[in-house]
Design a protein around this ligand. Structure first.
Ligand code: PMP
Length: 428
């Protein structure tokens, strides 16, 4: 495959942008090789700067559930842009998007729009602290919630590890109130809460993890978390930046029937434009300025172009209910990937739910966070490049989800399966 133009652009980009990218995973460091520069996208496909076409399963890391440049979404954006790009004052569209979110997401009675998932999470945590008057927060190992300082902490070993920053530039004093527990281990949560439950403002998690690769919550895990957080007066926050409007119109909380106190959103609600949102019960959200004492603001919050893209995307999802068809397509793909691996004698397990999946190269049948970590990332890198050669663009990292969109046709899925059958056998 000819990729010289991308290679030249990458050289140039590195002179002006750290690592040549505006978000680290784009640099292909985890899989090696040089990143492709993308020139355009339409439906299920993207074209790189050398005009190679790929079936895309990154989907801008989740937002593009309708595929690239959906004509109705593009049309809404154009119409909104003609009316003005930003006002720093409230527009009617903000009410419409807020109403759609409130009626779709069971936990949200009021919602505030921001400009990224990171901002949504950072703000939700501030509100949870303001509401409870407590400082400590709990996250889970392998859970990613954006790059706000207090959340850049993972666990070391042990039951509850007081957060040690994952990034230079984050003072330990800032993560010292962040407690990190193993994911999917309700006993670890129970033990922590028995000792300091009344000091904890919130527990935040991805109800279905997407950032350790796709890892499903164990049976009753979410319901047990709900019960425990109620008992100790802790705000339960579902970070549905990925899963919101993806696993169901009402997100993972609708799917699992477990309703948190607060929810963070992003990605799909902006249809591919920058957005985030956080919301929850009225009694919590009334703490947000100017109603209440918790400050949070944004120059471009509720940006009319992003709002227009979001409204159109959610309208299509609501009216067309593509979720059963998305799940069916993705299940077929997941099963075929597992079969392809087996036929080639490769140890692999595929975690899938709705339109999200991850192939792990491990001999475990059920992949939880601990086993996900043991996946053979070199093998993933080889698989990634073999699929790229076949014209299939997967996430350039093992610990991410592949996203199927409504634009992926049966033919695209079949082509992907055939590509995987050849790629898997190259790993043997
Ligand atoms: N939460 C989750 C669950 C995410 O997956 C992400 C981003 N992938 C974020 C928060 C941060 O969102 P953003 O990149 O828009 O800041």
């Amino acid at each position: 495959m000819e990729t010289q133009t991308s290679a030249t652009l990458f050289e140039e980009a590195q002179k002006y942008i750290p690592g040549g990218v505006n978000s680290p995973v784009r640099a292909f460091k985890a899989v090696g090789g040089k990143p492709l520069f993308i020139n355009r996208g339409k439906g299920a496909y993207i074209w790189d700067a050398d005009d190679n076409r790929f079936i895309d399963y990154v989907g801008s890391w989740g937002p593009l559930i309708l595929g690239h440049a959906h004509p109705l979404v593009v049309n809404s954006i154009c119409r909104a842009a003609e009316r003005g790009l930003s006002f720093g004052a409230t527009t009617e569209g903000e009410i419409e998007l807020a109403k759609m979110i409130v009626s779709a997401v069971p936990s949200i009675e009021m919602v505030r729009l921001v400009s990224s998932g990171t901002e949504a999470v950072m703000s939700a945590i501030r509100v949870a602290r303001g509401y409870t008057g407590r400082n400590k927060i709990v996250k889970f190992e392998g859970g990613y919630h954006g790059h706000a300082d207090p959340l850049l902490a993972k666990a070391g070993s042990g039951l509850a590890t007081f957060g040690i920053p994952d990034s230079a530039g984050v003072p330990a004093s800032i993560t010292s109130d962040t407690l990190v527990l193993p994911y999917n281990d309700i006993d670890a949560v129970r033990m922590l809460l028995e000792s300091i439950g009344k000091e904890i403002a919130c527990i935040i998690l991805e109800p279905v993890a997407g950032n350790m690769g796709v890892v499903l919550p164990k049976e009753n895990y979410l319901a047990d978390l709900r019960e425990l957080t109620h008992k100790y007066g802790i705000v339960l926050i579902f970070d549905e930046v990925i899963t919101g409007f993806r696993l169901a119109f009402g997100g993972a909380q609708e799917l699992y029937g477990v309703i948190p106190d607060m929810t963070t959103l992003g990605k799909i609600i902006g249809g591919g434009l920058p957005i985030g949102a956080y919301g929850g019960k009225y009694e919590i959200m009334e703490k947000v300025a100017p109603l209440g004492p918790v400050y949070q603001a944004g120059t471009l919050s509720g940006n009319p172009i992003a709002i227009a893209a979001g409204i159109e995307t959610l309208r299509i999802l609501r009216d067309e209910n593509p979720y059963p068809a998305l799940e069916e397509k993705t299940t077929r793909l997941a099963d075929a990937l597992a079969n392809a691996a087996e036929n080639c004698g490769i140890d692999a397990a595929v975690n899938q739910i709705g339109s999200m999946l991850t192939v792990f190269f491990t001999s475990e049948n059920v992949v939880d966070y601990n086993t996900a970590k043991t996946s053979d990332t070199h093998r993933y890198a080889t698989f990634f490049h073999a699929m790229l050669e076949e014209g299939v663009y997967l996430a350039p990292s093992q610990f991410e989800a592949a996203f199927v969109s409504t634009a992926h046709t049966d033919k695209d899925i079949n082509q992907t399966i055939e590509a995987a059958e050849r790629a898997m056998c190259k790993l043997a």
